[in-house]
Ligand binder design. Structure first.
Ligand code: ATP
Ligand code: LTN
Length: 334
């Protein structure tokens, strides 16, 4: 019997340029997990249209997001790498699961509340049911683990509830997934407002560092990062600006907070910010180089997407047909 690896599913939206928040909170962990798990990594373009997107831009960003995944070290030979809209089962299961999700549950989602404030002229039904589609993504593959940043844990909790409810009404159908959030970097904060999450759709370009930013831009953005007036490098959650820069530096250098405090004892903010910027730029340089090679090879990216979608669809339709049967849909006799 072939060994049964545990399953992982995760995705990021092609809703902007991927930031170091996405890298630290998600992508970096996806890479670390790919050898030990059966991983499905997805560019969730269907989630991205909950906010208005320019079609040509969305197409370009979807391809770029796929290339960034690979440039960060995701190996399409090891994982199933695909684009969400290429596997219709996501939309199909989402409809069914929507009928097992309560209006009240969706109303409590903080991301919905935040995005309704941010996009007050476009509070569409998709924005509201976004977590149902996310549950479908995860449950189609019977994922055991979902590596995400801490902002997504509420959505994963909902996916668990939906899975449990369905299993209870019918019979065990879905694996009940668990979130996988690493302590360091679970929530990278905005460089301009360290009380706020770094977000790829932030209109202020100085608030986030993108994976594809130039070395000069990266160093400049860190230099301008908002801190406090205490002028000492010490980890303290009550000082979110410095705590955030220390977390970022820690992830990019592998140094602990104690080591960082020792290294910068008596050193001013200017030098510390420069060191963070340099460590970040050094890590991103080889990723950018690989990205430039990948994005120039459209045929290769097309073949990766095609293979990924075919592989994903096989698993997805197995789950979907079980679900259709359980809820009582008449089999389609061809
Ligand atoms: P948007 O700004 O469009 O809402 P986003 O930057 O929040 O996008 P998503 O595509 O929604 O990014 O998220 C992709 C993954 O990155 C998720 O697992 C999410 O938890 C993680 N992530 C996003 N921002 C951060 C952050 N600042 N710190 C840690 N993880 C993050
Ligand atoms: N909602 C996620 C993106 C996402 C996702 C998923 C993450 C969509 N489907 C499934 C993990 C598993 C976000 O980051 N905003």
């Amino acid at each position: 019997m072939e060994d049964k690896k545990k399953v992982i599913f995760s995705g990021a939206q092609p809703s902007g340029k991927l930031s170091i928040g996405n890298y630290i909170g998600a992508l970096k962990n996806w890479v670390d997990l790919q050898n030990d798990y059966d991983c499905y990594y997805c560019v969730v373009d269907m989630h991205a249209i909950t906010v208005r997107q320019e079609p040509a831009e969305l197409r370009r960003r979807t391809l770029e997001t796929l290339a960034i995944y690979m440039a960060c070290g995701i190996d399409p030979e090891k994982v199933t790498l695909f684009v969400q809209s290429h596997v219709p089962a996501h939309a199909e299961l989402s409809w069914v699961l929507g009928c097992y999700t309560m209006f009240g549950e969706l109303s409590r989602m903080t991301q919905f509340k935040e995005k309704s404030r941010k996009y007050e002229n476009n509070i569409n039904a998709g924005l509201f049911t976004y977590p149902v589609l996310m549950a479908a993504d995860i449950l189609l593959y019977n994922a055991d683990l979902v590596p995400v940043g801490v902002d997504q844990t509420q959505h994963i909790e909902l996916a668990r509830n939906i899975a449990q409810r369905f299993n209870q009404v019918y019979s065990p159908t879905f694996v009940v997934p668990e979130g996988y959030v690493t302590k360091a970097g679970a929530k990278i904060m905005s460089l301009q407002d360290p009380e706020k999450k770094m977000s790829k759709s932030d209109p202020n370009p100085n608030a986030n560092v993108n994976i594809l930013d130039s070395r000069d831009d990266i160093i400049r953005k860190f230099k301008r990062a908002v801190t406090d007036s205490e002028a000492c490098i010490k980890y303290d959650p009550a000082r979110p600006g410095i705590a955030n820069l220390m977390s970022i530096y820690s992830v990019f250098t592998g140094k602990s907070f104690e080591e960082i405090e020792r290294e910068f004892d008596g050193v001013g903010y200017g030098d510390f910010k420069l060191a963070v910027g340099e460590a970040c730029a050094d890590t991103l340089a080889p990723i950018q180089e690989r990205f430039n090679q990948l994005i120039a090879d459209k045929d290769y990216l097309d073949s990766v997407m095609k293979n990924g979608a075919e592989k994903a669809a096989r698993t997805a339709y197995r789950t979907l047909s079980k679900v259709y049967k359980k809820v009582g849909f008449l089999p389609y006799v061809r």
